[in-house]
Design a protein around this ligand. Structure first.
Ligand SMILES: CC(C)(COP(=O)(O)OP(=O)(O)OC[C@H]1O[C@@H](n2cnc3c(N)ncnc32)[C@H](O)[C@@H]1OP(=O)(O)O)[C@@H](O)C(=O)NCCC(=O)NCCS
Length: 184
């Protein structure tokens, strides 16, 4: 069991948001595996795939990706990742991925702080920030909409887990002031 030994933070403490480094690999691995195990439908990757990875793999991810962590009293209670597209014609875009807040820290603004940190980071680097979210994940949909993301499409039966299909909602945040795509 991945999360049995994790302390539950005091509710409503204000987290500090920091960019994670390879030195955070052990606690990043713990929270990442907890997220994948508890919410298999919310992430494209799987617990089974990542639990096999050595600690060095998580350290390498933190060295090569921009992953933000939310800390309460030195405990890592949430994460969110930023990845810029690297194609010649897609480098104006980035993706928000790996959004997770531990149950004990939810509903007190931690998720919003992480989204805002990623958005501020992205605004310095790209023109638009994209994400995909399972269409029945009401908490995440509301969080992203409140942070300014707009829906621009839907991936039908985008994921299949344990024999069940999940649609995905495609969302983006635009930094050029255009506001949005307006679906017809
Ligand atoms: C989605 C998630 C990251 C939200 O984190 P959080 O720290 O609870 O979010 P916040 O406290 O910052 O909430 C911000 C807003 O999101 C919405 N929201 C968050 N949780 C909600 C819930 N359970 N039900 C409805 N709306 C919710 C609300 O609009 C909220 O604003 P409000 O508190 O003023 O009403 C968290 O529930 C989580 O980790 N879920 C499991 C993993 C997951 O689904 N990740 C997203 C993958 S795309």
């Amino acid at each position: 069991m991945v999360c049995s030994a994790i302390m539950t933070p005091a509710p409503h403490a204000t987290p500090t948001i920091k960019l994670l480094t390879p030195a955070d690999a052990a606690r990043y691995r713990t929270i990442r595996l907890e997220a994948l195990a508890a919410h298999p439908e919310a992430f494209t990757s799987t617990f089974e795939r990542e639990r096999e990875k050595p600690l060095a793999w998580f350290a390498e991810r933190l060295a090569t990706s921009d992953v933000f962590g939310a800390f309460i009293a030195d405990e890592l209670v949430g994460t969110a990742g930023f990845r810029r597209e690297d194609g010649a014609k897609t480098a104006h875009k980035a993706v928000l991925w790996g959004m997770y807040v531990r149950p004990g820290a939810r509903r007190s603004g931690t998720g919003r702080l992480l989204v805002d940190a990623i958005a501020a980071h992205a605004a310095q680097r790209v023109e638009q920030l994209h994400l995909v979210v399972v269409s029945e994940n009401v908490a995440a949909l509301r969080l992203y909409a409140a942070a300014g993301f707009v829906e621009y499409g839907r991936g039908v039966r985008a994921l299949k887990h344990d024999g069940r299909y999940y649609d995905e909602t495609l969302m983006a945040l635009f930094f050029d002031g255009s506001g949005a795509i307006r679906p017809r």
